[in-house]
Design a protein around this ligand. Structure first.
Ligand code: RRO
Length: 305
């Protein structure tokens, strides 16, 4: 008998602990394709704002070998279309859907949460940590423990029956304080980490930054050590469950996230680099490693380090 990787998160069953993250997948059609993949347990939408957004100037994504840099700039269809997209995604799959929302002002978050709840997603993720809109909104909410708590509290006042996930940034010395406050405010789960930085990569020949917006958030294997540290800090600080992400591209990476304290594991850049089938590869590798190592249940290794 091999290991069974079925996982429960906030009482909701997942056929796999692997989920897609809110990131560079913007189009609903791509999410519909993702939902067909066996190794994927759940889908996260691109973060949805009140108004549609074109995003930052191209190129928005560039690879630098051990990672990518992105400045997508919150390209998304806006809440009206976002609701329609989630309803249509839900018709295509039984897998849990995490609707990610983002506000430019704090007061937008409860408005967005109430509206997106109409589409009945299984979870609502508050993206409190976009690294790419500094010029428009300043530092991400999740760099500030009090603001993070207020964001969660205001959303919890208007959405009672859908679990609320707070997506946090590694770009703060206050992560433990932020996560403590967010739990106190009533968050049901944490998602970590968003991109690191921002950073910059240079096109040497052209003497200019590669990314259209000059700078962007780093993700992919380069940030895995930071992700593991943050997830473990969060695990040791609060009791609510964690979606761990940041540089997962194989079965061992995913199991390391669980050993650091994650319950679900997000995969983003590996999909960009290797295609959607990477979920099946990682799922298979997780099983093989667990069986070879005598790990009978993921519960036995969660937070073990
Ligand atoms: O759209 C983006 O530029 C973006 C977002 Br909202 C985010 O949360 N994280 C990221 O790396 N890029």
């Amino acid at each position: 008998m091999g290991i069974n990787l079925k996982t429960t998160f906030c009482k909701i069953p997942f056929t796999s602990p692997l989920i897609s993250v809110s990131g560079i997948v913007v189009e609903i059609s791509q999410n519909i394709k993702l939902a067909q993949i066996k190794g994927i347990g759940g889908i996260t939408t691109k973060s949805i704002s009140i108004m549609p957004r074109e995003g930052n100037p191209i190129p928005r994504v560039a690879s630098f070998g051990i990672g990518i840099i992105n400045s997508v700039g919150l390209r998304n269809p806006g809440i009206d279309q976002g609701i329609i997209d989630i309803i249509s995604l839900k018709k295509q799959t039984k897998k849990p859907i995490i609707a990610s929302i983002v506000g430019f002002q704090l007061y937008e978050l409860p408005i967005l949460a109430k509206r997106v709840a109409v589409a009945k997603p299984d979870f609502i993720e508050l993206n409190l940590s976009c690294p790419n809109v500094d010029d428009e909104i300043g530092r991400p909410i999740a760099t500030d423990p009090l603001l993070s708590a207020i964001a969660v509290m205001e959303v919890k006042k208007v959405v009672k029956n859908i679990p609320i996930i707070a997506k946090l940034t590694p770009n703060t010395p206050d992560l433990k304080k932020v996560v403590f406050e967010v739990e106190e405010a009533g968050a049901d789960a944490i998602s970590a980490i968003n991109a690191v930085g921002p950073g910059m990569i240079i096109d040497f020949k052209k003497r200019k930054p590669v990314i259209g917006n000059r700078i962007g958030g780093l993700s992919g294997p380069a940030i895995k050590p930071i992700a593991l540290r943050c997830i473990n800090d969060i695990y040791k600080t609060v009791k609510i469950p964690i979606i761990g992400m940041g540089g997962v591209s194989n079965g061992q990476d995913a199991l390391e996230m669980i050993m650091a304290g994650a319950t679900l594991v997000g995969v983003g850049v590996a999909v960009y680099k290797h295609g959607q089938q990477v979920f099946d590869k990682i799922f298979k590798e997780m099983k093989e490693i667990c069986n070879a190592e005598g790990i009978k249940s993921l519960k036995n290794i969660r937070g073990i380090i």
